[in-house]
Every structure is written in structure tokens, then in C-alpha cells.
Ligand binder design. Structure first.
Ligand code: NAP
Length: 247
């Protein structure tokens, strides 16, 4: 096991890609803290992680709320002793064409996907700086690299997350802390489940590997970026997209 005695915080960890990442890190020996907004789903996931033999605590935290984030990070430090790994995964879409996009629709996506990651990274970085070690991984998207019609808000949030990752990597590099991003393509979760069948077929045709990815494909990339194997990699964006953006 690669992560024995380590503590990982995964935001949006109750379901989807975040849950898959949490489960894989737990299987590799890490204790888990999860931030999410639905208390029932959160507790169910924390119980599943405990069944793997790890300590796991769920915290009802909206990542856009700075004081709630700070308070929950202190509770993790009290209960689990430290935070070695942060995975900024919480994210939403609220699509619409530019000319019809409401200001609130723009703000909510930017708040959760980008400001949320900033607030969690800032809160956790203080403890990592004291410990002089840490791993930060943010789940961006290929949409932040290449854009997508109807997703100006989402693309901006994910491009912003990539910029933040590179800046934070440079700030923290001398202190034993790495900061990287993963840019998934299209992955089978509830987020993509809601796309119309015709859109899913069009997507598959644009993916050289011919199929949407699985949450585990993203989780394996996250495991690499939080493990000792990636110790000399920081400020990187690891694309996990079945070849969709290769050129
Ligand atoms: P998902 O199934 O919708 O899961 C996202 C989780 O984040 C949910 O549990 C959600 O809670 C939680 N969340 C939402 N807002 C939150 C907030 N303010 N504070 C804390 N938690 C919050 O999404 P996913 O497909 O697993 O996506 C996970 C990440 O991967 C996102 O950042 C997404 O942008 C990124 N990504 C996904 C794909 C894909 O194809 N699926 C591709 C590229 C990137 P609720 O249960 O209340 O919604």
C-alpha cells in the first residue's frame, strides 16, 4: 500500500469521481475526510470507506463558504491529526449559451469550481506548510483547455483552476508540497448521465478510444499524483481523455 498513515481530504467526495478517488486512496492505506453537501449520501460513503478498514469522516461543507471550510479543516486536524493530501474535486455544471447565460449561473459555477478550490487549498496549505510536505490535486477538465460551446462558465472555472494550480505549485515547491491538476475528458458519472443520448453518441465518435472514461481512470491518475512516484512533478496538468485532445 502506497499511502499508509496518510490523511487525505477529498471535496465532493460523497459520489461520482470524488467517491472513486476516496475509495482508491483508502484501499492504498489512507484515512479519509470528505467534504460534501448532502449529509445522507456523505455518511453512506464515509461508512463504506470505514468498511475498508480506514478511518473516514464526512463533513457537510459547502466549499464556497470560507468560514465553514476553515472550521472543518481544523476539525480534521483535531480528529485525524494532519492532512497530507487534498483533492479539489467538488464541481458543477450549469450550461447555457453565452447570450442567454444568467449572471447567477456564471457566479455559482465559478464559486464552486474555482473559489471553492481556492478556499480549500488556502485552508489546507497552512497545515502542509508547517509539515513541509503535501500533495494537492485539483480536478479540472479538458473543457478548461479547449473550450466547449454552452460552457463558458465551466470552461472559465476549469481554466482558472489550471492557472491557480501552476501558481500554487510555484509558491509551494520549495516546501515539499506538489500541486497538480487532472483534466478528464468525458467520464461516466451522473454529471454526464444527464446528457441526451444523441450528445453521448457524438462524444463517443470524437474520442479516439471510442468510449467514455470510468471514474476509476481519473482515480488512478489522482493516486499517481498523490503518491511518492510523482515526487518530482508539480504544476502539471495530466489529461485523462481517451485521446480526445491529442494532436
Ligand atoms: P458529480 O457526480 O456531480 O459529483 C460532484 C460532487 O460534488 C457531488 O457529490 C456534489 O454534491 C458535490 N458538490 C457540489 N457542489 C458542492 C459544494 N458547493 N460543496 C461541496 N460539494 C459539492 O460530478 P463528477 O462527474 O463526479 O465530477 C467531479 C469533478 O470532476 C468535478 O469537478 C467535475 O467538473 C470534474 N469533471 C467531470 C467530468 C465528467 O465527465 N464527469 C469531466 C471532467 C471533469 P451533490 O450531490 O449535492 O450534487
Amino acid at each position: 500500500m502506497q499511502l499508509t498513515n496518510q490523511v487525505a481530504l477529498v471535496t465532493g467526495g460523497a459520489r461520482g469521481i470524488g467517491k472513486e478517488i476516496a475509495a482508491l486512496l483508502a484501499k492504498e492505506g489512507a484515512d479519509l475526510a470528505l467534504f460534501d453537501v448532502n449529509a445522507q449520501v456523505l455518511e453512506q460513503t464515509a461508512a463504506e470507506l470505514r468498511a475498508l478498514g480506514r478511518r473516514a469522516e464526512g463533513f457537510v461543507v459547502d466549499v464556497t463558504n470560507a468560514s465553514v471550510v476553515e472550521e472543518a479543516v481544523s476539525k480534521i486536524l483535531d480528529k485525524l491529526g494532519k492532512i497530507d493530501i487534498l483533492v479539489n474535486n467538488a464541481g458543477i455544471t450549469h450550461d447555457g449559451l453565452l447570450v442567454r447565460m444568467e449572471e447567477a449561473q456564471w457566479d455559482r459555477v465559478l464559486d464552486i469550481n474555482l473559489k471553492g478550490a481556492f478556499l480549500c487549498t488556502r485552508a489546507v496549505a497552512k497545515a502542509m506548510l508547517k509539515a513541509r510536505r503535501g500533495r494537492i490535486v485539483s480536478i479540472a477538465s479538458i473543457v478548461g483547455l479547449i473550450g466547449n460551446p454552452g460552457q463558458a462558465n465551466y470552461a472559465a472555472s476549469k481554466a482558472g483552476l489550471i492557472g491557480m494550480t501552476k501558481a500554487v505549485a510555484k509558491e509551494l515547491a520549495t516546501r515539499g508540497i506538489t500541486c497538480n491538476a487532472i483534466a478528464p475528458g468525458f467520464i461516466k458519472t451522473e454529471m454526464t448521465e444527464k446528457l441526451p443520448d444523441e450528445a453521448k453518441e457524438r462524444l463517443k465518435a470524437a474520442i479516439p478510444m471510442g468510449t467514455l472514461g470510468e471514474p476509476l481512470d481519473v482515480a488512478q491518475a489522482a493516486l499517481f499524483l498523490v503518491s511518492e512516484a510523482s515526487r518530482y512533478i508539480t504544476g502539471h496538468v495530466l489529461v485523462v481523455d481517451g485521446g480526445m485532445t491529442s494532436w
